[in-house]
Design a protein around this ligand. Structure first.
Ligand code: IMP
Ligand code: MG
Length: 178
């Protein structure tokens, strides 16, 4: 395919430590609230699986799948829900769990959509924030790591569906021999 994971930007150990902190933050901020974590498929699956086990409060998890039209490395801003939540979020304390915020278009759309369903509260947690690429102003309540403007894979993030299983976050690089 001509591309492969190269330089490691964030190690498995660094991710584990940060996810532990984010789980503690959730436990503190949502004590007594039985929050509902909404994972955005498929990229957030790995993060959500570790995050929920790093929190020691009762919580629920559900998933939503979105597709943004356009190329795989750039979001067009036209977002569609391809698989919706299986439960109502009305009066629930909802935390959207995303793998990465790039232009901000996907999360901005999702926030607006979920807000119309009358949750008790709605916050966003993103593992990665590519802040330099932001085109739409959106408030992120919890961020794991801010990263430079590079396409990354691993820990749930993919390139053409591959490399989600890497335990670290690596930059996607051109393979000179391919
Ligand atoms: P946004 O709408 O531009 O913020 O795009 C966010 C979505 O694009 C994420 O949920 C990812 O699915 C995808 N994406 C953006 N940057 C990367 C990347 O570096 N690696 C893998 N997927 C990415
Ligand atoms: Mg995504």
């Amino acid at each position: 395919m001509g591309h492969r994971p190269g330089r490691v930007l964030i190690t498995q150990e660094e991710i584990a430590e940060r996810v532990r902190e984010l789980g503690q933050a959730l436990s503190r901020d949502y004590a007594g609230k039985d929050p509902l974590l909404v994972g955005v498929l498929k990229g957030a699956v790995v993060f959500l699986a570790d995050l929920m086990r790093a929190a020691d409060i009762p919580l629920a998890a559900d998933f939503i799948a979105l597709s943004s039209y356009g190329s795989t490395t750039r979001s067009s801003g036209v977002v569609k829900i391809t698989a919706d939540l299986s439960i109502s979020i009305e009066d629930r304390h909802v935390v959207i769990v995303e793998d990465i915020i790039d232009s901000g278009r996907t999360i901005s759309y999702l926030k607006r959509n979920l807000q119309t369903r009358r949750p008790a509260s709605l916050r966003v947690m993103a593992l990665l924030d590519k802040v330099e690429r932001r085109e739409v102003d959106v408030e992120l309540d919890y961020v794991g790591f801010t990263i430079p403007n590079e396409f990354v894979v691993g820990y749930g993030l993919d390139y053409h569906g591959l490399y989600r299983n890497l335990p670290c976050i690596a930059a996607l690089e051109e393979n000179p021999s391919a």
